[in-house]
Design a protein around this ligand. Structure first.
Ligand code: GTP
Length: 312
């Protein structure tokens, strides 16, 4: 506390201490991380600029409630249903990134399906740095028929890892999600907020553009397309209210290129249209979007190239 503060609150006035901290949500695919993140943030992430605090992390969402600000950070590799197979350097880099993200956050939410703990869950848990406050979030509680059977399972989880808290819940229940925020709150350090109250995420528009195109790409190609396909933004220009964006989808094989382009170019057209519509909504202005598809084999094994695509 600074003694020279002139505008100190009147003696005896209750000033709630401000808390703010970084939270990582990790877990194997399909346990409900995205559902939980969206529920915790309260609405779909949108674009705002950062007020203070430089962070090297990508922020996926911010929730400011009562006296606390929860800053959720991205842990690449756990955000997608596309598992990394046969992508040597990409895999190694993701593991390194995930570990370094978890090393920096104040608290980790380790999400599993209530009553279940498999090898794939164990792999994720093994990446959590020792000593890091970690909460076990046992999600999809609504699907558990016999709640009584959960008690021995929770006990076994207690033996597996020194979890700070055990929170069985359904990410789909707003009451549960509110309770989770209350449980997480004391794990955030007492410090001023990093962001304006209205801020939802600080990801740059350029980065969001690549994420949205990527999302449409994977959504519209289903499971056919390997995870090693990526999106690079070649140009991002603001001309008044218009954004001019040129992007390249990079695939590993000629056959993948065909998948992306589709019959008579239909699929690529759809990816472009869907991405443009969402970007226009997010950026609140017109978007001119051009997408190319390129084959670059073996890129996922090329460390130098990975760096140039922003994976470090
Ligand atoms: N019944 C029930 N279903 C849930 C709950 N939370 C998530 N789901 C469902 O579980 C599925 C996976 O949820 P996601 O949020 O996409 O899971 P994720 O962990 O982000 O998945 P990846 O993107 O593959 O890592 C979806 O069909 C959700 O609707 C829950 O509390 N109860």
């Amino acid at each position: 506390m600074n003694d020279s503060t002139t505008a100190a609150p009147a003696a005896g006035a209750e000033m709630p201490e401000q808390r703010c901290g970084l939270v990582a949500i990790v877990g194997r695919p399909n346990v409900g991380k995205s559902t939980l993140l969206n529920a915790l943030v309260g609405q779909k992430v949108s674009i705002t600029s950062r007020k203070a605090q430089t962070t090297r992390h990508r922020i996926t969402g911010i929730r400011s409630a009562d006296a606390a600000q929860f800053v959720f950070v991205d842990t690449p590799g756990f955000q997608t249903r596309h598992t990394v197979k046969g992508a040597g350097a990409l895999n190694r880099n993701l593991n390194k990134t995930v570990q370094s993200v978890m090393g920096d956050v104040d608290v980790v939410l380790f999400v599993v399906e209530a009553g279940r703990f498999g090898l794939d869950d164990a792999k994720v848990l093994s990446l959590v740095p020792p000593g890091k406050p970690t909460l076990l979030v046992a999600n999809k509680l609504d699907l558990v028929r016999r709640r009584a059977e959960l008690a021995p399972w929770l006990k076994s989880m207690q033996e597996r890892h020194p979890f700070a808290e055990f929170v069985p819940l359904a990410a789909t229940s707003p009451d549960d999600v509110r309770r989770l925020l209350q449980i997480v709150q004391p794990y955030l350090p007492e410090q001023p907020w990093f962001y304006d109250e209205e801020a939802l995420t600080d990801r740059s528009e350029r980065f969001l553009a690549s994420e949205i195109i990527r999302e449409k790409l994977f959504r519209l190609t289903g499971d056919e397309l390997p995870y090693t396909s990526t999106v690079v933004i070649d140009e991002f220009k603001e001309e008044g209210a218009l954004r001019r964006i040129a992007a390249t989808i990079i695939v590993e094989r000629e056959a993948h290129k065909g998948m992306v382009i589709g019959d008579k170019g239909e699929r690529l057209k759809r990816i472009g249209t869907d991405a443009r519509v969402e970007l226009e909504r997010l950026m609140d202005g017109k978007v001119f979007l051009e997408i190319w598809v390129k084959v670059r084999s073996g890129w996922a094994d090329d460390e130098a190239r990975l760096k140039s695509y922003g994976y470090e």
